[in-house]
Design a protein. Structure first.
Length: 114
């Protein structure tokens, strides 16, 4: 049974940092790419960052240079380090893996406000 369990998130002020973690179980983790998505109120879910099984990364333009995705295959986790957070980063963040089907984490709220 595939599970993705998220942690991290919270409420911060603009310019501050947060780190999200997604721990996977039930899959041969090192074989799969992992993505982070987010969904802001009233908006569609969007891809934020992706890391391939080989460690290649890509980011949506709005977070490039501020967010860093990384993976630890020993601990079967993916981190999303979010620096210089902006109001528009406020959303529920989800990790995602495409195995035999798509699996999602439970979602983590990130709120950036002054």
């Amino acid at each position: 049974q595939v599970r993705l369990v998220q942690s991290g998130g919270g409420s911060v002020q603009p310019g501050e940092s947060l780190r999200l973690t997604c721990v996977a179980s039930g899959i041969n983790f090192k074989l799969y790419g992992i993505a982070w998505y987010r969904q802001a109120p009233g908006k569609e879910r969007e891809l934020v960052a992706y890391i391939s099984s080989s460690g290649d990364t890509n980011y949506t333009e709005s977070v490039r240079g501020r967010f860093t995705i990384s993976r630890n295959n020993v601990w079967t986790r993916v981190n999303l380090q979010m620096n210089d957070l902006k109001f528009e980063d406020t959303a529920v963040y989800y990790c995602n893996v495409r195995a035999n089907r798509v699996f999602w984490g439970q979602g983590t709220q990130v709120t950036v406000s002054s």
